[in-house]
Design a binder for this molecule. Structure first.
Ligand code: ADQ
Length: 490
């Protein structure tokens, strides 16, 4: 079993004195004013959950955008701060971006162009020359900061995600000796979808600055190779899963499915405080122990299939009226990317649907859907996963989906069931879940009913297998596999 300690020893053996710099848009800790006081927050999201334990392990540096309103005050003269605050183990080097840069680089190009381009959720990407210009400029700033952090030392730079597609080539142009790896946390589209991007060649060349480019699943890597093959003068070696360019330089493309810190979740679930928290959730939600709970946990994002699952739940109530007053759908929907039109519309749609369905089916004693719009801490989320009978993940398209894995890790007694979209990367590792096509309300409604009525023996068998997978294929294993590939390149 991979643990923090084992990973730490592994990193020391494999990388020795080589400095590890991780680069991500989002910082793992941000500082905020609360009146006169400064508080520390950990933003939600899969990426943060993944890289924090790795940085703690290797005492590395994270280069990231400083977005908290008190971030500058707590940073030193070199824009650095040591975290976590209670027990500092690594450094965040912050980059400051203006609101205008954020509008172009983050909202504009990353989230209004690349995000819908890479997810087959049928939301049209918005390509704006102004946003693309900001994306290039900010990627350049990230590259300059990483080079400044490294000085003349040898180093391994590990970039995270789609906000930084141009950084690898920028780094390599100045420091060909530095090893550059990149993990792309979202799907890569097929060529037919990718080719609508006006700056597709620039993005591909940017990513070919990497020595290693990781995706969650083989299919995303295959799509990337296809795109390179169709667009660029390069050579693809399908057997090696590599692209050769610039007279023989190799970019390795590898499937590296991400995991979660499953052990911490299992320990939180087993802690005595968790029992009280479970009761508290039932109390707050007004749900008796006899009531079945279906649970969705997501950022409010149009790729996650939230309206789709609510409609399917409504259909289940119509087709199986025996669930009226006997089942509740609890949906956590944290607000995200609120400046973007598509997200505002989604938020309105979800609120509207919840109102409609509750009005149609609700009674004096029962509200079918409970929507919770704020973030909850891991300590509060784990007991909620525990009391859920069915966890519902209906992403229209998803790189991996960590919620599916978190639910399974929290369910040590294996009493619940997972309904999982076929179009989430996680479906490849968790085939024992009830796999669904989220584009079909009928299919999902039937899957919810099946999950609620599955015979205990079948359910236990499936959940135990998934539990084993999630515990074994954890975040430390993902990090070790990624670092093992990088170390071979050093
Ligand atoms: P995300 O799109 O953010 O991640 P996901 O993998 O599901 O999606 O991770 C979401 C994380 O945020 C989970 O850890 C979840 O617990 C947390 N979260 C969501 N809503 C919350 C709420 N209301 N309160 C508290 N916590 C909440 C991207 C890709 C995914 C990929 C990850 C990691 O889109 O496909 O799995 O990166 O690579």
């Amino acid at each position: 079993m991979w643990t923090t300690q084992r990973l730490q020893r592994f990193i020391q053996t494999k990388l020795g004195d080589i400095r590890l710099v991780i680069v991500a848009n989002r910082e793992t800790y941000s500082h905020h004013y609360q009146g006169e006081r400064i508080i520390v927050q950990r933003p939600p999201g899969g990426l943060v959950a993944a890289i924090d334990p790795i940085l703690r392990c290797c005492h590395g540096t994270l280069v990231a955008h400083g977005h908290g309103d008190a971030d500058r005050v707590v940073s030193d003269g070199q824009d650095r701060v040591h975290v976590p605050p209670e027990d500092p183990q690594y450094t965040i080097r912050r980059i400051w971006l203006t609101p205008e840069e954020m509008r172009g680089y983050y909202d504009g190009f990353s989230n209004d162009a690349l995000w819908p381009l890479c997810h087959l959720a049928y939301t049209r990407p918005q390509f704006s020359a102004e946003a693309w210009e900001a994306y290039q400029r900010v990627n350049h700033r990230f590259a300059e900061t990483v080079l400044d952090e490294l000085g003349t030392e040898p180093g391994l730079v590990w970039l995270q995600d789609y906000h930084l597609a141009l950084v690898p080539a920028m780094l390599k142009a100045r420091r060909p000796d530095v090893l550059v790896a990149h993990f792309w946390h979202i799907p890569w589209p097929s060529y037919d979808n990718f080719r609508i991007c006006p700056w597709r060649q620039e993005i591909l060349w940017g990513l070919l600055g990497n020595d290693l480019l990781g995706f969650h699943i083989q299919q995303h890597g295959d799509h990337f190779l296809d795109c390179c093959d169709r667009e660029l003068e390069i050579r693809i070696d399908r057997e090696r899963n590599s692209v050769f360019h610039h007279g023989g330089i190799e970019t390795m493309v590898r499937p590296l499915p991400i995991g979660i810190d499953a052990c911490t979740i299992a320990v939180t679930a087993a802690a005595p405080e968790s029992a009280a928290a479970r009761e508290q959730w039932r109390g707050v939600l007004g749900i008796s122990p006899a009531m079945k709970i279906l649970l969705g946990v997501d950022r409010l994002d149009y790729t996650k299939g939230i309206p789709e699952r609510l409609r399917a739940f409504s259909l289940m109530l119509e087709q199986h009226p025996e669930w009226k007053e006997r089942a509740v759908f609890v949906q956590l929907g944290a607000t995200t990317r609120a400046h973007i039109e598509a997200y505002r519309l989604l938020s309105e749609e979800v609120e509207g649907l919840v109102g409609e369905i509750n009005a149609q089916y609700g009674t004096d004693r029962w509200q079918p859907i409970r929507l919770i719009r704020h973030n909850v801490s891991t300590d509060d989320l784990v007991p909620l996963y525990q009391i859920a009978d069915v966890c519902v993940v209906t992403s229209l398209h998803d790189g991996m989906n960590l919620v599916a894995k978190e639910f399974v890790a929290a369910q040590a007694e294996c009493r619940g069931m997972l309904v999982l979209s076929r179009f989430a990367g996680a479906a490849q590792e968790l085939p024992e879940a009830i796999l669904v096509n989220p584009f079909s309300d009928e299919h999902c409604a039937e899957a919810f009913h099946r999950a609620l009525t599955m015979p205990e023996e079948d359910r236990l068998l499936r959940m135990e297998q998934m539990h084993e997978t999630v515990m074994e294929q954890n975040i430390f294993r993902w990090a070790s596999r990624s670092i093992a590939v990088m170390a071979r390149l050093v």
